[in-house]
Design a protein around this ligand. Structure first.
Ligand SMILES: Cc1cc2nc3c(=O)[nH]c(=O)nc-3n(C[C@H](O)[C@H](O)[C@H](O)COP(=O)(O)O)c2cc1C
Length: 380
């Protein structure tokens, strides 16, 4: 597996990514909503979780596996879904999927990905999960789910936390809006980042597009922005979730859950797992941190598979999340900084860094098996 010793942490990769990516692309990945307090609180909340080490134990061998939905993943973290991934770095989605397949960790492809879902299923056949933004039209949803099933996706992840499009000020200031129109400022930023531009605007990678849903755009007079707005439900209802449950016979997960009532409702509907998430601080600036919501989820933890994302940047954070009850943690921006910094090789670099950090943290804490890390390590 590739490892470049100049970038030993995700923070180092982020600094390099910021230099290599055009500003509008970096800001799209890095930005949160409103004043970005929620995004900052996510980090602070993980950092505030204190774990007490136990010594006088043999930790020469560690077991980092996470068993989820009848599959043994080699490591307890995965790649979170990212819309417009190839805009962040050319062919980023393939690189991330390939690295996930090599590392045997889950890769979640976004509905709004810029690589066809059928292609990614071939790149990561053993670890591919599909994230669904629920289409308003039932017939479109049925067709999309048929394609996802046929392609061989193992788990369906329904994102519920986007009842309304987010107003992200950095994106607005950068002129990043639909339909894409290249502003003079963007042209300047692209000129300053020739590697990104060369690959993005030539046949090597191609200009990013919403390839999975393009076929459903039937009205020629409908602009892209309107199409995207009209495409997804403005608030996924319980009834629709129940319909998805009937249509999808594999493992079903909902993503973006924060309130205990929503967790209980989801369980009643029959979902198999939840991803506690505030979308990385990108939807509601006042949202509770994922560390907080995980504590709230403790009462249902035994009944379902609890996973988490938002603000995790180190292996220590992943162990902290496990101590709070998450069986697996997803990372969004951490993986983006990898590809932004080092291109395709960066995806492997992130997996390597997080693997190494999880392992060292477990040993330091006196725990040889990730699955056994629990609240008994939390500071009393
Ligand atoms: C640039 C970007 C695009 C995203 N696109 C999606 C998406 O298409 N679907 C989705 O469910 N979540 C999306 N998310 C949210 C991530 O899946 C995940 O919840 C979040 O990134 C976790 O926080 P972290 O970036 O701090 O790790 C996106 C996040 C970012 C940063």
């Amino acid at each position: 597996m590739h490892y470049d010793p100049r970038f030993p942490s995700i923070a180092d990769l982020k600094r390099r990514a910021q230099k290599r990516m055009p500003k509008f692309a970096f800001d799209y990945a890095d930005g949160g909503i409103d004043e970005e307090h929620g995004k900052r609180r996510n980090r602070a909340a993980w950092q505030a979780v204190i774990l007490t080490p136990r010594y006088l134990r043999d930790v020469s061998h560690t077991d980092l596996r996470a068993r989820l939905f009848a599959h043994d993943y080699s490591l307890p973290f995965g790649v979170a879904p990212i819309g417009l991934g190839n805009m962040l770095w050319p062919r980023a989605e393939r690189a991330l999927a390939r690295a996930a397949q090599q590392a045997n960790i889950p890769y979640v492809l976004s509905t709004f990905s810029t690589t066809e879902l059928e292609t990614i299923a071939q790149v990561a056949p053993d670890v591919c999960w599909f994230q669904l933004y629920v289409p308003q039209q039932v017939a479109v949803m049925q067709d999309l789910l048929r394609r996802v099933k046929r392609a061989g996706y193992r788990v369906l992840v329904v994102t519920i936390d986007i009842p309304v499009g987010a107003k992200r000020n950095r994106e607005l200031k950068n002129g990043l809006k639909l339909p894409f129109s290249v502003t003079p400022m963007m042209v300047w930023q692209c000129m300053l980042h020739p590697t990104w531009s060369l690959h993005t605007f030539t046949a090597t990678a191609g200009s990013p597009d919403f390839v999975n849903i393009a076929a459903y755009r039937t009205r020629a007079d409908q602009g892209l922005a309107q199409f995207i707005t009209d495409f997804t439900m403005h608030g996924v209802t319980r009834e629709r979730l129940a319909m998805i449950r009937k249509l999808w016979d594999g493992p079903l997960v909902i993503k973006g859950v924060q309130h205990i009532r929503d967790m209980q409702t989801a369980l009643k509907i029959g979902v198999d797992g939840i991803i506690i998430s505030n979308h990385g601080g990108r939807q509601l600036d006042a949202a509770p941190t994922s560390a907080h919501s995980l504590r709230a989820a403790a009462e249902i933890g035994a009944q379902t598979t609890v996973m988490v994302d938002s603000g995790l940047r180190t292996g220590l954070d992943i162990v902290r999340a496990k101590a709070l009850g998450a069986q697996l943690a997803f990372c969004g921006r951490s993986f983006l900084w990898g590809v932004g910094a080092l291109g395709a090789r960066g995806a492997q670099q992130v997996a390597h860094i997080l693997h190494d950090e999880v392992e060292r943290t477990l040993k330091q804490l006196g725990c040889d098996t990730f699955a056994r890390m629990d609240q008994s390590w939390l500071e009393a």
